[in-house]
Design a protein around this ligand. Structure first.
Ligand code: ATP
Ligand code: MG
Length: 410
């Protein structure tokens, strides 16, 4: 960082502001300005455009929390660090959930403050670079495949589970599927497994979990060897932030070859994080007008939010037998290649209801072959002559060129 970061200090209490200003000075950082909370804070932030913002929090929490939220919607890329007299974990948790990057107990030591600012700015810079595709995810070895789609009921979970099962079977890789549908996740039902723990437990224990502990949080799909991390309950989701989920995914990617993320059908903080962190995004759409329209809109939103779209691959899934629209029409509407097509297959639906992925129960069905080929291609393998890639009926490679590029994750 070339210039000294400039900080804005916000608190109703002038004495507390004075203390932080002193610490800033001793830490060698610049003071951009100071103000109270609420509108005053937002106006100052807007005028001064600081590099980092300090907000004092104390009970009652409404005002400081609202201030943090308003600051983050005004300057989403500027880290907010809170400081407080309180040592209460609940206060810290509330501040972090509102979007604060760090929590510093008063009196704040200059070295702690300096460290916190530089960590927050580095994390923010990395986040920006990841978003525009300039920095690989912090997750090291494993491939992260995010299955997203801008709508409910279009086959995201079907694709995630079957793909993950196929990967676990084919490549003898270690594979984990994570249910990140923060509405009502249904991966465990689709695989008929009964988890004892969920993502919620792993989020809670993340600081003390080592690689060897991971199996305790996962449930095994015995038929394929696939590992499953179940979704928290709807109420538990309210206590989980996107950053916490990111840490879990990064940890899994360190210990598994492939991490498949199933998501909800909306753009929210968690799904945006999964798009940001992915090696490859399989973007599911059907050929129905509403699904294509929502895809166009969501892709546009991602572009506005400066997310890199290079890793996004369109997967057209035929959830209904009368989806008569040709991929070329969808391609034209989206102004993008369709990377893969999965045909309609009534066995998929039967499998969903029975908790049996079609890849296992009907491996020769058209949809299973298509999903299995997709797993091969993502795994970096080639399709043999008998692969559905050459078929007209089954799942087929739609534009071989686009597919090969995708297989390399580029
Ligand atoms: N290729 C297909 N052929 C036939 N039926 C399919 C196909 N793909 C998915 N389905 C069926 O469509 C329904 C919805 O699928 P799924 O639950 O995977 O969608 P989703 O996008 O994950 O939905 P949600 O947003 O609610 O989580 C299921 O009954 C599933 O069996
Ligand atoms: Mg789903």
């Amino acid at each position: 960082m070339a210039k000294t970061p400039a900080a804005l200090v916000l608190d109703q209490d002038v004495q507390a502001r004075f203390e932080i200003k002193q610490a800033l000075r001793s830490a060698g950082l610049t003071l951009a300005g100071e103000a109270g909370l609420g509108m005053e804070a937002v106006t100052a932030a807007n005028e001064l455009q600081p590099d980092v913002i300090f907000v004092g929090v104390q009970e009652p929490m409404e005002r400081p929390l609202q201030t943090i939220e308003s600051l983050l919607s005004l300057l989403p890329d500027t880290p907010v660090i809170v400081f407080s007299q309180s040592r209460d974990i609940e206060t810290a948790r509330k501040a972090m959930l509102a979007g604060a990057r760090d929590y510093l107990p008063r009196p704040v030591r200059p070295d702690v403050l300096r460290d916190s600012v530089f960590k927050a700015l580095t994390a923010e810079e990395n986040r920006r670079l990841r978003k525009i595709g300039q920095l690989p995810s912090a997750a090291t070895s494993g491939t992260i495949v995010t299955v997203f789609g801008a709508k409910g009921g279009i086959g995201k979970s079907t694709v995630s589970t079957n793909l993950a099962v196929a990967m676990a079977q084919q490549h003898a890789d270690s594979v984990v599927v994570v249910d990140l549908d923060n509405g009502f996740g249904d991966i465990t039902g689709m695989l008929d497994v009964k988890p004892e723990k969920t993502l919620f437990d792993l989020v809670r224990d993340i600081d003390k979990v080592e690689g060897d502990d991971l199996p305790k949080y996962l449930v095994k799909h015995e038929l394929s060897g696939l590992n499953v991390l179940a979704a928290p309950s709807v109420l538990e989701w309210r206590q989980v932030s996107a950053d916490q989920v990111r840490r879990v995914v990064e940890l899994l990617a360190k210990h598994f070859d492939k991490v498949v993320l199933d998501t909800s059908g909306t753009l929210n903080e968690v799904s945006e994080m999964t798009i940001e962190i992915a090696t490859m995004v399989l973007w599911v759409t059907t050929s129905e007008f509403a699904s294509v329209r929502d895809t166009i809109e969501a892709l546009r939103a991602l572009k506005t939010l400066s997310y890199s779209q290079e890793r996004i691959r369109i997967v057209m899934n035929g959830i209904s037998p009368d989806d008569g629209v040709r991929p070329s029409i969808v391609q034209e509407a989206l102004q993008r290649d369709v990377f893969w097509q999965i045909p309609y297959d009534k066995k998929v639906r039967q499998g969903t209801h029975l908790g049996q992925p079609i890849i296992i129960t009907a491996p020769n069905s058209v949809a299973a072959k298509s999903l299995s080929d997709l797993a091969t291609v993502i795994g970096g393998g080639r399709l043999g002559r008998s692969g559905t890639g050459s078929g007209k009926q089954g799942g087929f490679k739609w534009r071989a060129g686009a597919q090969a590029a995708g297989a390399e994750g580029g």
